[in-house]
Design a binder for this molecule. Structure first.
Ligand code: ACO
Ligand code: LMR
Length: 605
């Protein structure tokens, strides 16, 4: 690549190393790049002392990966073409990292954002920059830019501001000021009164900045593409007298429009300290009025007041007869989030959720904030009623759900599911694997007969089959009646869980038609075999139908649908997860070894 003339700091190929992980500033640089139709992103890489890796960012509408390194040394080695270091380090570490950058052969310009670097330290940095013919922009600044080519970090603000100020294309005005905030304002004034900015810098408001107003003006004066110079000085310091000297020496011979702010300082009886550290007149010479007068005398175009600045810039530019090159306003890709917030785009969702929402300050279950659910004493039955059925059920229904969870929580280590959880735990697996291994055992024979029982019994009753006809029809089909039968419980050895459930239903439910029907069925099945009782699955499934049909909270369709989609088996699954977890913990506590089934318990044929 041909060597750039010395007066060019940045062009369309300039790439920077961003020191510190400033994601917003990086994205703003890349958005600017895209608006300028840069081919390559202006951020070559990031130095992040706390981790290396990659950073994903948008370059227009596509995503790119920006490498991240822990040290500047590595970053400069891997990206020798990057000659700008934008230093977002804090004021504590900014000196050391800026010095490291200045001493690195690859880096030519260092932008220092931090405020509060000791003056002595900045003067050391400035001296090294001078010796090595390098540039510092800052400290205590937002940075600088070349319109249509490259910008430092957050310079010029949002992409909307950049477009409004025509900064996506090259103009012919060179601008320099101390203040970052005012430079944004000035870019806009320049855009409205000329063909736009060529290059602009805010050097920062410290008394001893890393580069001076005059240094930039003299450099920009050499650039044939810059036709006018604009400078916004401020009360305090001698910088503007240096500009006058440069004008006298002919180092600045292009039209220069200048205004020194702080003219109101004279209205105060004592010296006024303005926002910047350097913005204070310690002698009459340093006042804004004195400096404006001196600039005018030296041949600069000086407005009457700041309000008149734009007009003076416009007249000066107009005299040069420059034709503005038209560049179509770039289209700016917007983040989908921002566009949606403004109501500009819509997209069909892939997911629908009607039960909970965590987008606000507090999660809601069925539109009710969690704290309200807790304060109102919903209990776990209430939480299930909100999340499974999307309604607050009557109190006795919520207590019924809790009763189910209690009675089904465990039934000892010998039942199929608990056995599997135990074997899995003893095989060295974790809690979730052991739990899942038990849960996967739940099905049509073990623990998963609630919905089947609810469905077949209610269908039979609704179709007005007598209990006998129902039993016979099931026999004809050759299928076991779901909810009937138990391996160890029988008429003589009744299941206390069934008794508890039945008693609760009889006591609280307005209607127990299906339970009564099932008890008639039980009379028939137990007359054949004494273990063909209405089992715990069957009793819960059937009573739950009675509850849904009679509590007033469900329509008939809703009640049928919950059975069809398998809600009732969920009650057993949820309850038994408590027991399986207990068995897992028990085995771990007991440090049980791997289980191997004994040969003598297997009939080898
Ligand atoms: N409906 C009709 N007849 C049945 C039923 C039933 N639910 N269960 C067993 N029988 C009959 C069988 O047809 C068989 O008859 P046969 O001797 O004339 O051939 C006899 O009873 C014995 O059958 P088995 O399958 O050996 O009985 P077992 O006692 O082993 O079965 C089981 C227990 C698996 C629970 C069985 O009753 C069944 O499948 N029930 C339906 C599913 C169910 O409700 N499971 C939940 C149980 S509770 C729980 O797991 C928490
Ligand atoms: C259970 O709740 O696990 C049982 O009813 C099954 C069994 O075999 O006891």
């Amino acid at each position: 690549m041909a060597k750039k003339p010395d007066y060019i700091l940045f062009d369309k190929d300039t790439q920077a190393i961003v020191y510190n992980y400033q994601q917003n500033a990086i994205q703003r640089m890349l958005d600017f790049d895209h608006a300028c139709e840069r081919k390559t992103p202006s951020v070559a890489c990031i130095v992040n002392p706390s981790r290396d890796g990659i950073h994903k960012a948008f370059f227009g509408t596509s995503e790119i990966l920006i490498p991240m390194y822990r040290t500047l040394e590595e970053a400069t080695k891997k990206h020798p073409q990057a000659d700008v270091m934008i230093n977002f380090a804090s004021f504590r570490s900014s000196y050391a990292t800026s010095m490291e950058a200045l001493l690195n052969d690859n880096i030519r310009t260092v932008g220092i954002i931090a405020e509060g670097i000791p003056e002595r330290r900045t003067r050391e940095l400035a001296e090294v920059a001078r010796q090595k013919n390098k540039w510092i922009i800052g400290p205590a600044t937002v940075g600088g830019m070349v319109a249509g080519a490259f910008k430092i970090g957050n310079t010029a603000g949002t992409i909307d501001n950049i477009i409004d100020s025509k900064l996506y294309k090259q103009g012919s005005v060179g601008f320099v000021s101390k203040s970052g905030g005012m430079s944004n304002e000035m870019y806009n004034i320049i855009a409205r009164n000329t063909d736009g900015l060529y290059e602009g810098h805010a050097i920062g408001g410290d008394r001893y900045p890393g580069s001076t107003l005059v240094a930039h003006l003299v450099r920009m004066n050499k650039n044939p593409d810059i036709k006018i110079l604009v400078c916004l000085g401020e009360v305090g310091g001698e910088d503007e007298y240096q500009i006058i000297d440069a004008m006298k020496k002919g180092e600045i011979n292009k039209p220069i429009v200048c205004w020194v702010t702080g003219t109101c300082a004279g209205m105060f009886s004592s010296g006024v300290q303005f926002g910047h550290a350097g913005a204070r007149a310690d002698s009459n010479r340093e006042t804004a009025n004195a400096k404006n007068e001196a600039l005018k005398e030296a041949g600069a175009i000086v407005p009457e007041s700041f309000d008149d600045f734009g007009e003076k810039i416009h007249k000066t530019w107009k005299k040069l007869g420059i034709n503005e090159t038209e560049v179509a306003k770039p289209k700016v890709a917007m983040d989908i989030k921002a566009a949606m917030a403004q109501g500009l785009v819509r997209k069909p969702s892939n997911f629908i959720c009607t039960i909970s929402d965590d987008r606000g300050e507090e999660v809601t279950y069925n539109n009710m904030p969690l704290s309200e659910i807790i304060n109102e004493g919903f209990g776990i039955g209430g939480v299930i009623s909100m999340l499974w059925f999307r309604k607050k059920l009557p109190d006795y229904c919520m207590r019924f759900i809790e009763l189910i969870l209690m009675v089904c929580a465990d039934h000892g280590p010998a039942v199929s599911g608990a056995h599997n959880s135990i074997v899995t735990a003893r095989a060295g697996k974790d809690l979730i694997s052991s739990l899942v291994s038990g849960l996967l055992t739940i099905g049509p024979r073990f623990g998963g007969a609630l919905d089947g029982a609810a469905q077949s019994f209610s269908e039979a009753m609704d179709n007005k089959l007598t209990p006998f006809e129902f039993v016979t029809s099931m026999k004809k089909k050759g299928s076991n009646i779901q909810g009937i039968g138990h391996r160890i419980k029988s008429v003589q050895n009744p299941d206390i869980r069934v008794t508890i459930i039945k008693e609760f239903a009889k006591k609280h439910f307005p209607n127990c038609d299906l339970l009564d029907y099932a008890l008639e069925v039980e009379k028939i099945t137990t007359s054949k075999r004494n273990n063909l009782i209405l089992n715990v699955d069957g009793c819960i499934g059937i009573c739950f139908v009675d509850m849904m049909r009679s509590c007033g909270a469900f329509t008939t369709d809703e009640a049928n649908e919950y059975v069809k989609i398998g809600a009732l088996n969920g009650l057993f699954v949820l309850a038994r997860a408590i027991g399986f977890t207990g068995h897992y913990l028990d085995q771990k506590r007991l440090q049980q070894p791997l289980y191997r089934h004994p040969w003598d318990d297997i009939a080898f044929m």
